[in-house]
Design a protein around this ligand. Structure first.
Ligand code: AMP
Length: 623
């Protein structure tokens, strides 16, 4: 079926063609056919991304009288972003209609400008409930002339507590009007609205109730809660071309995850209600232009956002209300494209996965968090692909080439390829080679190391050397070239310490003895300890280990100085033991207490790809 066959006027057809819409989507076919034929109330159960906006926008504009400057159609939407988006879409559909005007009314922006827009005379208003009530109370808008009211994302408006506001607004509109309600889900409250405010509404639905798109894959990773963030980074590293939305449960968590990602060199930013409107606009602009790879958002802020080509929706935490899962995942797999919805869950969430499966009528696939090797492989081939497709600026590079060819003349093509690739690959490989398995092992308990065999070590360094638990972990992980998480149950005493590691890593740590690592002129020394943590108390432990004499024997005469000048502020901590760019996330930085453990270092060419001015490159590639 074509748009022509649906009976749209020629100005609308022209606009639709300009937008590149070749044929109407199923919901558009249904609504345009129905609403062109009769004036009726309508309840449409439609997922986001199905062409919903045009499904109400086109039939609405088809009956608008552009000669009159009164408000004839009112669209209510839950968020400012959605409101602006709808307004822009409607503007596009109506661009050939002479005298047509649409405006957005939403909180967070100056009200006087919005009042002026209304005074100028527009036929369509898209509004968030709160600000519209403000306008009504100021008598700045007259809704007596409204013929069509659209309640978009009605379920979400009710979720957000707009029930009373809707009651107030709908009372301001004439009885003789048509109400079109669009909702992705149909909870009881939405049915109540339909009952109370509509007369004999026609019901339309595309797909079955609450079902998500078919081209959407649902997967989950089961990790311990402390590994959530590391798992997120793995996902981001495993999908180098990710263009996704990461959903968090609270504004604070959203900001924290976004901050951590930014700090760790990812192209990410936060979107939540504590940001000013201009901040939110700025973030959205960057995301839409694909300057940002990952938008970290709350449910409310990201509601209804339509950004093309979102590849992944990541549930950093499952939504409080499982129905919101459908809303979240509706951000991807839009307009016939495919998408991946990922949930990072802990064992406690298993029941909720089942609830969601019941709602979406689809099974999740349980997948393993990609391991280091898998991430490296993905990154490697992504790099190869990029190399193959890189734009060569012949003119600009030409003058350098003779010298470059000369320098590399003894290398064969194969050698050259290996080296170019290794330049990037080594860093990633080095970081990931000892990266821990983040998947929950059978029988493992959250917060413990379950059935891994562990070994306890004694170390001849302690508080007097300027160490605390975190800095000691950093130091040991760096020195032994293992992941920070592999150093646990750390007990720092004044002059010595204990820690545990997985037994398979004993050799890594024992190697430090022969590596002659010195610290403030003292050789770092480790021993396997058979003592349990509590037994290694300082009072008794000292004599048992080489550390004892240090306290007694004046080895630290200048104890205070050592602390100051020692490890804490020293170059070593910044410089670490690893090479190259790995330091950023090597855990050497002070970390926020209790927040993201860090240490799961990303960043194969991350800065190069996405940071700084290179962001342009990302935008350009458009995947
Ligand atoms: P919506 O469900 O209104 O948020 O629309 C989802 C996306 O589909 C938007 O990017 C629209 O521009 C696009 N879209 C809507 N209708 C069509 C159509 N008939 N053909 C192609 N794309 C469409």
């Amino acid at each position: 079926m074509t748009f022509q066959e649906l009976g749209l006027n020629s100005d609308l057809l022209k606009a639709v063609t300009d937008l590149g819409f070749e044929s109407p989507t199923p919901i558009q076919q249904q609504t345009i056919t129905l609403l062109s034929a009769q004036k009726t109330d309508l309840v449409a159960l439609a997922q986001t991304g199905t062409g919903k906006t045009a499904a109400f926008g086109l039939p609405m504009l088809n009956v608008i009288d552009c000669e009159s400057k009164s408000v004839q159609a009112l669209i209510l939407a839950p968020t400012r972003e959605l409101c602006v988006q709808i307004t822009n879409d409607i503007k596009n559909y109506g661009k050939y209609l002479k005298g047509f005007g649409v405006t957005a009314i939403y909180g967070g922006a100056r009200i006087d400008g919005q009042i002026k827009d209304i005074k100028r005379g527009v036929q369509v208003v898209a509004a968030t409930p709160g600000r519209l009530i403000d306008m009504i109370e100021r008598r700045a808008i007259n809704l007596n002339t409204v013929k069509i009211v659209v309640l978009d994302e009605a379920d979400e408006m009710l979720n957000m507590g707009f029930k009373d506001d809707l009651d107030i607004i709908l009372k301001e509109t004439p009885k003789e009007k048509n109400t079109w309600l669009f909702s992705a889900t149909m909870p009881k409250e939405v049915e109540r609205i339909a009952r109370n405010y509509m007369s004999n509404p026609m019901e339309l639905s595309t797909g079955k109730k609450n079902e998500g798109a078919d081209n959407l894959e649902h997967i989950y990773y089961m990790v311990q809660s402390r590994d959530r963030y590391l798992a997120l980074k793995r996902v981001a590293d495993y999908y180098p071309e990710i263009f996704g939305i990461v959903f968090c449960r609270t504004k604070a968590e959203t900001q924290e995850v976004a901050d951590s990602l930014i700090k760790d060199g990812y192209s990410a930013d936060a979107l939540h209600g504590d940001l000013s409107q201009s901040q939110r606009d700025f973030v959205m602009k960057r995301f839409r232009s694909k300057t940002l790879q990952m938008l970290v958002a709350t449910d409310v802020a990201a509601r209804g956002i339509d950004v093309n080509d979102v590849t992944h929706v990541i549930n950093y935490n499952l939504p409080e209300d499982v129905e919101n899962y459908t809303h979240r995942t509706g951000r991807t797999a839009r307009a016939g494209k495919s998408g991946i919805a990922i949930a990072i869950i802990t064992p406690k969430d298993s029941g909720r996965i089942k609830d969601i499966e019941r709602i979406i009528k689809k099974k999740f696939e349980k997948k393993s968090v990609p391991n280091g090797l898998e991430v490296c492989e993905k990154q490697l081939f992504n790099l190869v692909h990029k190399l193959h497709n890189v734009e060569v600026k012949d003119e600009e590079i030409e003058s350098f080439l003779p010298a470059i060819y000369d320098e590399l003349k003894d290398l064969s093509k194969e050698e050259l390829i290996k080296r170019v690739i290794s330049e990037e690959f080594n860093r990633f490989h080095e970081y990931y080679q000892n990266a821990p398995d983040l998947n929950i092992q059978k029988g493992a308990v959250d917060g413990a190391f379950g059935n891994h065999r562990t070994t306890r070590f004694f170390l001849n360094m302690g508080h007097l050397d300027g160490f605390n638990i975190n800095s000691l972990k950093d130091f040991l992980a760096d020195a032994a070239k293992v992941h920070q998480r592999m150093v646990f149950n750390v007990d720092v005493k004044n002059s010595f310490s204990f820690f545990e590691t997985e037994s398979k890593l004993v050799d890594n740590f024992m190697a430090l003895n022969s590596a002659d690592i010195e610290f403030n002129n003292r050789k770092v020394s480790l021993e396997v300890s058979n003592r349990k943590m509590k037994e290694g108390g300082e009072g008794r432990g000292g004599g048992g280990y080489k550390g004892g004499d240090r306290r007694e024997g004046g080895g630290y005469r200048g104890g205070g100085d050592r602390r100051e000048g020692g490890f804490r502020g020293g170059d070593k901590r910044e410089g670490g033991f690893r090479s190259g760019g790995d330091k950023r996330d090597g855990g050497k930085r002070p970390r926020k207490s209790g927040s993201f453990g860090g240490g799961d270092k990303p960043s194969f060419n991350r800065e190069k790809s996405f940071g700084g001015e290179k962001k342009k490159g990302f935008g350009k590639s458009k995947f």
